[in-house]
Write a protein that binds this ligand. Sequence first.
Ligand code: CP3
Length: 362
Amino acid sequence: MTFPTLQNDSFLRACHGLATDYTPIWLMRQAGRYLPEYRATRAQAGSFMGLATNVNFATEVTLQPLARYPLDAAILFSDILTVPDAMGLGLNFVNGEGPRFERPVRDEASVRALQVPDMNQLKYVFDAVTSIRHALQGRVPLIGFSGSPWTLACYMVEGAGSDDYRLVKTMLYSRPDLMHHLLAINADAVAAYLNAQIDAGAQAVMIFDSWGGVLADAAFHTFSLAYTARVLSQLKRSHGGVDIPRLVFTKGGGQWLAQMAQLDCEVLGVDWTVNLGAARTLVGASKTLQGNLDPNVLFAQPPQIAAEAVAVLDSFGKPHSGPGRGPSLIFNLGHGISQHTPPDHVSALVEAAHRHSRALRA
Ligand code: CP3
């Protein structure tokens, strides 16, 4: 498989801790409902899964934010819940209510019945990756992604989003053996899924541990971090002679950065509760950091958005400029962009982040 030559490698260089002319920026959930053109394509597709399973639609919506903003990376348009769907849980996106599984995994028999899915069932995802790589024409790199084993387990046991994680934590505390079995299968499924995305053309892969931060300290290490590490240990490190950086984002994971710095990955994503300067001191040059603007900043006016973007860059401090690996930042939000965000506010953010991060290097 050959793809057009990459033109903007600032994101990939920053992943590897190499100096860049400015701080690259992309936004979690950059393709989504805050964009009117996304809502139009979604209406055409009829449903979220109609959008995600159609290669042409998935390609189109992945490129929509790049047509509006000079972002430095694209992210595959799909969802973390495609993997449990392929395990047979029956995914539905009920309008206005978020995702729901028809057959949640709540007892011993259903945990024991789980298997790593046949990756052919997820062929629509890999086809989308290849199609997007071609459509990007080398403009920016393409990030593939998956949920973490623990975050997927939350949805698989709860059957939907949750406020208190009562069902999944009940299983964790009352039947840790079952939870370990479930997480081991998830880890092996996620590793196969990410490796297939790499084969299809993903130039970096990100693991979303969106609900790691709801765990107690000891439970985070045993039931989230250990299985993220199990995924990482199975991932391809390069493809066609090019290194594939690996990014791990644990929402609410700031207090575990020292342990996360030991993970076999290049980038750690952090939310807005983390002080970037302190995080930089903690991880040194061993990991690039990614984050961490509060998505709600985007509801303020453009001058305030610019000031908050400057504050994020200043809190990280002066970027390194020498040869080799040094402390590096990828600008992002601390979690996904809200569907209520005014699209022109995103322009103000991207412009300010690029401008000020260039000035910091002057
Ligand atoms: O642009 C991108 O970032 C790429 C696409 C992407 C989606 N979901 C599309 C999506 C990515 C990377 C995800 C990841 C995802 N999905 C996570 C991890 C990141 C995070 O936000 O913590 C999680 C927990 C999910 C599960 C999920 N999918 C939920 C809870 C919901 C409903 C809530 C919501 O924000 O709408 C979804 C649906 C979803 N996934 C939408 C999009 C654009 C909106 C659905 C729609 O169009 O109706």
